[in-house]
Design a protein around this ligand. Structure first.
Ligand code: BG6
Ligand code: MG
Length: 232
């Protein structure tokens, strides 16, 4: 039995947690793979979630068996993918915020639980602006301000620092295996969003935020007033 500290701050991944941009990333990578002459499945795409643009490209090329590529060519392929991805982003509106997200953020803030984004994406500012959710976050750490991508814990630790919370007081919401790993390395609790088997290292997993009312979710993660013992 371990007595967890009460949760004072919440840290959210962006792509696939706040908005379904994970799908757009996949479609843009798939298009690039198609142009390079190979197929790219959703299953293979899981490994790209949470990792940086260039690392994603490297994984994609590896899955297509393409090895002879210069750094300059890699940069240009990654930019091409990003241009297609940004065409999808241009269509984003507040209606694209995933179900249950806004209600949860509003509830957490009403209970004085600070909120942050911890994303590997350099497009995060654009996504937050187009979906109108930026005012719901006290801090944003994204691909423009970090040097090491998930599963490195840097992005989560930076978010906790900005929120003035100790890692053990933070709960992270993640849809990527690399993100779950990074949050655990940061010493934080993690709720997986998506497939429970894939995100098995999370404390528990929700298919969607609609699954649990905000008050129930807060009670389950150990919010203010719910200091609890937990079997680890
Ligand atoms: C993460 C996504 O949030 O951001 C990854 O899960 C993506 O799939 C990474 O590669 C970098 O995103 P961007 O927008 O800077 O290319
Ligand atoms: Mg994600």
């Amino acid at each position: 039995m371990l007595l967890t500290q009460r949760i004072e701050a919440s840290i959210f991944d962006l792509d696939g947690v706040i908005v379904d941009t994970a799908r757009y990333h996949y479609l843009a990578w798939k298009r690039l793979a198609g142009e390079l002459g190979f197929a790219f499945s959703e299953r293979e795409n899981e490994q790209l979630k949470g990792v940086s643009r260039l690392e994603s490209l490297n994984l994609l090329l590896q899955s297509g068996g393409i090895t002879d590529v210069t750094d300059e060519q890699r940069q240009s392929l990654a930019s091409r993918k990003n241009e297609w991805y940004k065409e999808y982003l241009a269509t984003l509106t507040p209606a694209d915020v995933l179900p249950g997200v806004t209600a949860l953020l509003e509830y957490l803030r009403s209970r004085d639980i600070r909120t942050a984004i911890a994303s590997a994406s350099q497009n995060a500012p654009l996504i937050l602006e187009k979906t109108g959710v930026r005012p719901l976050f006290d801090a944003v750490v994204d691909g423009n301000s970090i040097t090491r991508a998930k599963p490195d814990p840097e992005v989560f630790l930076q978010a906790a620092r900005l929120l003035g919370a100790a890692p053990a007081q933070c709960i992270v919401f993640e849809d990527a295996e690399a993100g779950v790993e990074g949050a655990l390395r940061a010493g934080m609790g993690v709720v997986g969003i998506g497939d429970a088997q894939r995100l098995g290292r999370a404390r528990f997993t929700l298919a969607s935020f609609r699954e649990l009312a905000p008050a129930e979710l807060l009670a389950r993660i150990g919010g203010p007033g719910t200091m609890r013992g937990e079997a680890e």
